[in-house]
Design a protein. Structure first.
Length: 465
């Protein structure tokens, strides 16, 4: 079946030509004149295409009059300039083939309005709704823009392993991967504990929480790399901000410091905003009207914005002056809360902010220790309405300092022997950052729950589909 997408037909100015189009019925309205007006959508764009179906069609009574929301059809007909307001073209059908009928009494999307909570229960069908079709198109555009941005800057796409024996963050919130019979696990005779030497990998293994450490191996050979893949956190958190499975973008690049890292992160965010404004204007208009008022203009401002840069010390001093505004009182040595981050972006700088050089006690072992021995060369990029969107750092390239930091945090350097080798053999300054992809999709769409910006959300007690 050779078809033309609705997106292409709506943009066409070549009238009175025969076309074939396929799609799902959104509505059907019958007139007294013996004509049916059928709105179809094929997912290629937000707008629907109107099909004019005359009663003279041979299957008008048997098929066309039985079309309801959700049915799938193929239409052949003439593309005409539409006389009606709000649409440039329409198709006068000469043939309609029903590919799949849809029972309106059973179809769960036939109701006028369905809550997002209910739609999560039928996630296999929710892409057919206006909201989730628009989310999918924005997500696709942001993914395409990510690859384009890094490829144009000489970064190589790197595939980090999903199964790993290392914990990048050191937090221990990892999903275990095993083939051991959990009802009868092999035991070590001396300790009585599970003998993981009998497991599939001969040791304890987990799903990755980050591809950063592995990406550094290639950055220290190829110069510039980036990951874009799924990561997993076994954090028992039931909030609108957390997922157990989500996608991460993590660039790593050699011969770079924290300032280079901030430059790249800020340029990347602006590039994403520019591309989604260019490719998804109708979808953004929908989110602006139905989900979050003003989001379209917010993205325009951010696409052209200059990011303020302040140190963590400066951020704490600013916040302390306004301490009465916060539930969590700002104090040096504590991580910034979401309310602090939003206050800085929305009330103080009125735009995006990059905060740099955090206390070493609240950051990971791999971040470069600053000369003051109290902070590390870390950064968080903050956006209005959401707070942190990117976290990154210059990585610790000094072998002795990195070994000391690993031990200070109660970790075993032996588990990171290969990571330490990068510092033994031709070490170079390098940096990188991580962006949670779903958080960016949520920001660009204004969706209130992060579970609504990924096709099949994984969260505690939720692994359907």
């Amino acid at each position: 079946m050779k078809r033309t997408m609705v997106r292409e037909l709506l943009a066409s100015q070549e009238y009175d030509v025969e076309v074939t189009v396929g799609g799902w019925v959104k509505t059907r309205r019958d007139s007294k004149a013996g004509i049916s007006f059928i709105e179809i959508n094929d997912g290629s764009c937000f707008a629907n295409l109107q099909v004019i179906a005359p009663a003279t069609l041979p299957n008008y009574a048997s098929d066309v009059c039985k079309l309801y929301t959700g049915a799938s059809i193929s239409v052949t007909g003439m593309l005409r300039k539409s006389p009606a307001k709000g649409q440039a073209v329409e198709v006068e059908a000469t043939a309609i083939k029903v590919l799949g009928f849809c029972d309106p009494m059973k179809y769960p999307l036939s109701k006028a309005k369905i809550s997002f909570d209910r739609l999560r229960e039928i996630a296999h069908l929710r892409p057919r709704t206006n909201t989730f079709g628009a989310v999918a198109r924005v997500r696709n555009t942001l993914a395409m823009a990510t690859h384009q941005f890094f490829q144009e800057r000489g970064f190589y796409y790197f595939n980090a392993p999903l199964i790993t024996a290392s914990d990048c963050e050191g937090a221990g919130q990892m999903f275990q991967v095993t083939t051991i019979d959990l009802d009868n696990p092999p035991k070590d005779e001396k300790t009585g504990k599970v003998d993981y030497s009998k497991d599939f990998f001969g040791r304890k293994a987990n799903l990755t929480v980050s591809g950063q450490l592995e990406a550094e191996t290639h950055a220290c050979a190829l110069g510039n790399v980036y990951t874009f893949g799924p990561t997993f956190r076994a954090e028992n958190s039931n909030t609108t901000r957390h997922l157990s499975e989500f996608w991460m973008i993590e660039p790593e690049f050699a011969f770079a410091d924290l300032q280079d890292d901030a430059d790249l992160a800020e340029d990347y965010l602006r590039a994403l905003f520019v591309k989604v404004l260019e490719k998804c204007p109708a979808d953004l208009d929908f989110f602006d009207a139905r989900v979050e008022k003003g989001i379209h203009e917010d993205l325009k401002r951010l696409a052209a914005s200059k990011f303020a840069r302040i140190s963590y010390d400066e951020a704490i001093e600013i916040l302390k002056k306004h301490a009465d505004n916060f539930e969590f009182k700002p104090d040096w040595g504590a991580d910034l809360q979401s309310e602090h981050e939003r206050f800085l972006t929305e009330e103080i700088f009125h735009g995006p902010v990059t905060v740099m050089n955090y206390p070493k006690e609240i950051k990971a072992f791999y971040m470069r220790l600053n000369d003051d021995n109290r902070t590390v060369a870390a950064m968080d990029v903050l956006l209005p309405k959401i707070g942190e969107i990117i976290g990154g750092s210059q990585r610790e390239e000094r072998l002795d300092v990195l070994e000391r930091r690993i031990k200070e945090l109660g970790m075993d350097p032996e588990n990171y022997w290969w990571y330490l080798d990068l510092r033994r053999f031709g070490s170079v300054p390098h940096a990188g950052f991580g962006l949670g992809f779903e958080r960016m999709v949520r920001f660009c769409t204004g969706m209130g729950n992060i579970r609504d910006v990924i096709p099949f959300p994984r969260a505690p007690m939720s692994a359907e589909f």
